[in-house]
Design a protein around this ligand. Structure first.
Ligand SMILES: Cc1cc2nc3c(=O)[nH]c(=O)nc-3n(C[C@H](O)[C@H](O)[C@H](O)COP(=O)(O)OP(=O)(O)OC[C@H]3O[C@@H](n4cnc5c(N)ncnc54)[C@H](O)[C@@H]3O)c2cc1C
Length: 273
């Protein structure tokens, strides 16, 4: 594979304020773990020549609980999430998802903020955050804003994040109910998802899918059927109408639809009373 290092102007930010100033004034693209960005550079799908390395900004690391909100710093790696007692207590399905991302090398370098910013519909953490109504915290030199994950994506690999903003954290409100995560890929490890789903079975069921639409989606009509006491057969029929998978190099629309329904049924039986 071609190496893309030459010709890049990469500088390292020591503080968040530095990084924010550089993305605004110098129009630099942030680079965190580089696991997506470097692939994109090599394939020629991304052509930034000005980069700012944010990996060393410790303010963007760490997982904490603030009141009853789980706060996950943007530079949190999958390995951090797997090891975190806060994640184990509040959002165990994020640890489940993290264990299935790439292999240990990717888990050590890949960040949650990068997964969200990269905006792939196959990103494994996205359904987890969509199912729990997480909020993306965006910061720029002048302001900070909080965007619910469900409003963050505007289309395929597109989001409301501006070039002068960085994701600084993800906030997860308290989650009430049993959490459930499944990923279906070509292999058990090192595989991009053909289908990825996260669910919470509480008073109101919440189900989010990746890889069945241009962005991560909540299956809201399906959730409504289940919340109103509908049968799993009715919910499955609704899900088939609700999702819009496509044929691509990883899978077919028909396969994705059938597996999505099978996973819905599995979610419901695994989390039942
Ligand atoms: C071999 C391999 C296997 C993989 N397997 C999986 C998998 O199983 N599941 C999966 O979901 N992903 C997988 N990935 C993708 C990847 O590891 C994740 O998406 C990772 O979380 C991206 O984080 P990063 O820090 O490496 O982002 P980077 O590559 O550094 O950046 C990705 C994008 O996000 C932007 N960005 C990064 N951080 C921020 C921030 N804080 N604020 C604003 N923008 C930011 C960058 O500018 C860039 O556009 C795999 C990648 C590889 C190479």
């Amino acid at each position: 594979m071609r190496t893309a290092i030459s010709g890049l102007d990469l500088t390292r930010a020591r503080t968040l304020a530095d990084a924010l100033r550089m993305v605004r004034d110098e129009h630099r693209t942030p680079i965190a773990g580089a696991t997506d960005l470097y692939v994109a550079l090599n394939f020629g799908t991304l052509k930034p020549s000005l980069l700012v390395d944010i990996w060393g900004i410790d303010d963007l690391r760490g997982i904490s609980v603030n009141g009853d909100t789980l706060v996950i710093g943007a530079l949190t790696t999958y390995t951090d999430a797997i090891k975190s007692p806060h994640v184990a207590t509040h959002l165990p399905m994020l640890a489940d998802a993290s264990r299935l991302v790439g292999g240990p090398q990717i888990q050590n370098r890949g960040t949650i903020g990068g997964n969200i910013a990269n905006a792939s519909p196959a990103g494994d953490s996205l359904p987890v955050f969509a199912a729990v109504d997480a909020v993306v915290v965006l910061q720029s030199v002048d302001s900070e804003r909080r965007v619910p994950l469900q409003d963050f994506y505007t289309g395929y690999r597109a989001s409301v994040m501006r070039p002068d903003e960085l994701i600084v954290a993800i906030e997860v409100p308290p989650v009430d109910g049993k959490q459930w995560f499944r990923k279906v890929g070509t292999r058990a490890a090192q595989a991009i998802s053909k289908i990825v789903v996260a669910g919470v079975r509480g008073e109101t069921p919440r189900i989010a899918y990746g890889s069945v639409a241009p962005t991560v989606v909540r299956a809201r009509e399906t959730e409504r059927v289940l919340a109103n006491g509908g049968s799993i057969d009715d919910a499955s029929a609704m899900l088939e109408r609700e999702i819009t998978p496509i044929d691509d190099l990883r899978s077919t629309a028909d396969y994705r639809r059938r597996v999505s329904v099978n996973l819905l049924r599995r979610f419901w039986s695994d989390t039942g009373p």
